[in-house]
Ligand binder design. Structure first.
Ligand code: DP6
Length: 422
């Protein structure tokens, strides 16, 4: 270890996306190693709208490992953080920064302490897979800091031990988490099926649904499901293996109707096994169900699916439209059925890629009020009678790329002189 003085700080900043599963992971065969009972497939979401940025730093002047999430210090004592830190430190390599005169030997990493700061560019409380992006970013940025030789797939097996779904955030585009067979988990990792350019027509609209009650965590929910549901065995053994193959084909062939049917049915089955858990788990609410019927009615009227929907362990809807044109038509339908509260302006009600609004011909609230019922809807309930505020806001986005290192030092979340949050 060394350098001119012992005051040096070395740091790396990286950005990692969130992902949404279209074939769900639900149920573990090993709780500590986080090994799943079935394969799963996800779409990575564009990090410009949803991502975690993490700065990791090391200095001989740090006396303990510390972490800040969105500016607030959090404990690193949890078993999952500790597993990730242990696995990464065990693979650390020699690091040399000639410019700063820093040399770190492999074995030094066991003694050196880390400061970590992480920031989500979306509200953590919205329940949008923040842990997936967060754990993936922690592992990815530490791997860069410590000069690991492992590729992203091998890193995914470390991120998996932080949170299962995190392993799929090590790649952009379309990703499969292969469940693996080994007891030690060495073959339970993520592989990229196709990058984000492969199918770049897709548009994703997320409805952040107002939720009153605190939902059951994924970790305890899936534990209860495995312990009490007979249906989950059928799902893991019979349904998912076939569906995974079909989903891989649909992605490879950009076959939207098959992609949509498989994604919707898999989401519905995941919520069915939650209902089959005893006591039952309810993640979706009335608003979620209304969104499903809005999409299903439209898909049925068109004869072929225009939009897919999928819901994770919460009431938020993630809708995937086949292209910009259908996304604009979807947004019109969503705004007709779920108008904002009177005191909400359109600009904060539709966030992310706002250009979809222009495609939908909606400039202001007057245009929202002038929306007419879509042809597949028989009722004609005036806007004034609709329950406003069931959706907090919508995020428009698209499939996106995997983790990247941010070399621009101004983007670092830690002060390069003190190693504390800026
Ligand atoms: C419904 O990855 O949050 O989002 O492995 O216990 O941390 P742990 O669970 P987590 O579960 C995610 C479940 C899901 C489906 C999915 O992402 O595949």
């Amino acid at each position: 270890m060394g350098g001119e003085s012992e005051k040096w700080i070395l740091m790396v900043t990286a950005r990692t996306p969130t992902n949404i599963a279209v074939i769900k992971y639900w149920g573990k065969r090993d709780e500590t190693l986080i090994l799943p009972i079935n394969d799963s497939i996800s779409v990575t979401l564009d990090p410009s709208h949803l991502c975690t940025t993490t700065t990791v730093s090391v200095s001989p002047s740090f006396d303990q490992d510390r972490m800040w999430l969105n500016g607030k210090e959090i404990s690193l004592q949890g078993g999952r953080f500790q597993s990730c830190l242990r696995e990464i430190r065990a693979r650390a390599q020699d690091v040399e920064d000639k410019k700063k005169g820093i040399q770190i030997k492999k074995e030094d990493w066991q003694k050196l302490h880390l400061h970590i700061a992480s920031y989500n560019n979306f509200p953590t409380a919205a329940g949008l897979a923040s842990s997936a992006a967060g754990l993936a970013c922690l592992v990815f940025s530490l791997a860069k800091l410590m000069n690991l030789k492992e590729d992203n797939s091998q890193l995914s097996a470390i991120a998996r031990q932080g949170s299962g779904s995190a392993c799929r955030s090590l790649y952009g585009g379309f990703v499969k988490w292969v469940m693996g067979k080994e007891d030690n988990g060495s073959d339970s990792l993520a592989v990229q099926l196709a990058d984000e350019k492969h199918w770049d027509e897709l548009v994703i609209i997320i409805a952040v649904v107002s939720a009153q009650q605190k939902e059951t965590s994924s970790t305890s929910g899936m534990r209860d499901t495995v312990e009490t549901s007979a249906l989950i065995q059928h799902r893991a053994k019979e349904v998912v293996p076939k569906r995974t193959v079909q989903m891989e084909d649909a992605i490879q062939n950009r076959d939207f109707p098959s992609f949509a049917r498989l994604a919707c049915r898999d989401s519905n089955q995941f919520h069915a096994v939650c209902l089959d858990t005893y006591p039952p788990i309810f993640y979706m609410n009335d608003t979620s169900h209304r969104i499903i019927s809005c999409v299903e009615k439209w898909n049925r009227a068109e004869g072929i699916p225009q939009v897919a929907y999928t819901f994770d362990a919460g009431p938020n809807a993630v809708m995937i439209a086949r292209n910009r044109k259908t996304a604009a038509l979807l947004l019109q339908r969503l705004l007709y059925n779920f108008p904002p509260q009177s005191d909400t302006d359109l600009d904060s009600y539709i966030i992310g890629d706002k250009s979809i609004l222009i495609d939908a011909g909606i400039k202001d609230m007057k245009d929202v009020e002038a929306l007419t019922p879509p042809p597949e809807v028989k009722d004609n309930i005036p806007l004034t009678q609709k329950s406003k505020g069931d959706v907090s806001y919508f995020i428009c986005t698209r499939p996106g790329g995997g983790p990247v290192v941010l070399s621009d030092e101004t983007q670092a979340l830690l002060d390069p002189l003190t190693g504390l949050p800026k």
